[in-house]
Design a protein around this ligand. Structure first.
Ligand SMILES: [Zn+2]
Length: 165
């Protein structure tokens, strides 16, 4: 399991997810960390522009492909507020990035969205390891999960208010 030293990266992911929420985007945030603990890149969800592929994990995979050697990528860790979707897991696998640590799982997200009455997404949620076999994946992190759950509650609370006005 990940170390307490690494909790700060997950807290940063939740901060980025909160920033996304406050900017009108879905609440997801991710951080790319080198083997020595240096934060190399971070991003948040940016789908409000209309491009539904603007997930932070996809952006980090592209950033890694441009800026890191294959060896550096394999030794890096991606921390993220929510488990990678199949698109992002595939991008992560194609560029050869290393370990993933997520706060909440796709399975948890599906449960939450169902409870909130959100229609099913067009892409089926699957565990990362069904897309990238053999990858080291850690999560969910129970101590932080409720914070992410709350961000999704807030997002769909706002969304509902907007859609009825
Ligand atoms: Zn994604």
């Amino acid at each position: 399991m990940f170390s307490n030293d690494e909790l700060k990266y997950l807290h940063r992911c939740i901060e980025l997810a909160t920033e996304a929420l406050e900017a009108g985007d879905e609440p997801f945030g991710s951080v790319l960390v080198a083997a020595n603990g240096t934060v190399l890149a971070e991003d948040r969800n940016r789908v409000a522009s209309g491009d539904r592929t603007r997930h932070p994990e996809f952006e980090l995979a592209r950033w890694a492909a441009v800026n890191m050697t294959p060896r550096e990528r394999a030794a890096a860790t991606v921390f993220t507020s929510g488990e990678h979707c199949p698109m992002c897991a595939a991008a992560h696998g194609w560029v050869g990035l290393g370990r993933i640590v997520y706060v909440s799982s796709s399975e948890q997200l599906v449960t939450w969205l169902t409870e909130l009455g959100v229609p099913a997404p067009p892409v089926r949620p699957l565990p990362i390891q069904e897309i990238v076999p053999g990858l080291v994946v850690e999560g969910p992190v129970p101590d932080l999960t409720e914070q992410v759950h709350n961000l999704h509650r807030r997002f769909y609370g706002i969304h509902r208010v907007n859609s009825t006005t």
